[in-house]
Ligand binder design. Structure first.
Ligand SMILES: [Zn+2]
Length: 210
């Protein structure tokens, strides 16, 4: 199972740890700059689109470095956009108490983490929950139906696909709706935790409600 890793190149230690953590549980993290030159024959934007297309999941690491330059931010936003066009689940790993500088306009999951430390167990369990749930196939089918109704329909369709999956580990993760912007996503943090919504950038406390 391929996981495209969207990140800042300055986060070398973090990415090394991500590769190790996912590798030991039998995932194939795709880190663009690691690929041999022969796999990067076309323009970067085309290569990246193809790689995301071949991936089941996209992990985005929203560190301080990710927001530090327009260049990095532009590429992360491009990767996010491609993921939305291809209906890939996008999992945002966001620093706790780190106000986002720029919105992310498409994602399915928000995982609060304490950068620069990486919680390996959480990282692995997020990946595993997608693998074992069959949610990818069902989510994809739902998204296909939903796509008749445009991008919002595609997203609803995606969640519809997830919610109809029996005994899915993902079903245990609450789908929340931001009270400020109404964007819905799975939230992997604990009840009572404060976080910034990546879509509207407002901070709020998750009180355990949907
Ligand atoms: Zn919001």
């Amino acid at each position: 199972m391929n996981i495209f890793v969207s990140h800042s190149r300055k986060d070398l230690d973090l990415v090394t740890e991500v590769k190790r953590a996912l590798g030991v549980v039998d995932y194939s993290p795709i880190v663009y700059e690691d690929l041999p030159q022969e796999l990067k024959a076309g323009p970067d934007m085309t290569n990246i689109r193809n790689l995301i297309n071949q991936s089941e999941l996209v992990f985005i690491f929203l560190t301080q470095n990710a927001f530090s330059t327009n260049h990095t931010l532009t590429w992360i936003q491009y990767e996010d956009h491609i993921s939305s066009m291809l209906n890939k689940p996008v999992i945002l790993f966001q620093g706790i108490n780190q106000p986002p500088v720029s919105p992310v306009i498409y994602f399915t999951d928000l995982v609060p983490v304490q950068f620069p430390l990486l919680d390996t167990i959480t990282l692995q369990s997020v990946a595993k929950s997608f693998k074992s749930s069959g949610a990818l196939i069902r989510g994809g089918a739902g998204a296909l139906l939903g796509s008749l109704f445009g991008p919002v329909g595609a997203l609803l369709g995606f969640f519809g696909g997830l919610l109809t999956t029996p005994q899915s580990p993902l079903a245990k993760v609450p789908v929340i709706k931001c009270p400020k912007c109404n964007y819905s996503y799975r939230y992997w943090g604990s009840v009572g935790s404060f976080f910034y919504c990546p879509y509207c950038l407002n901070g709020w406390i998750y009180n355990g409600g949907a």
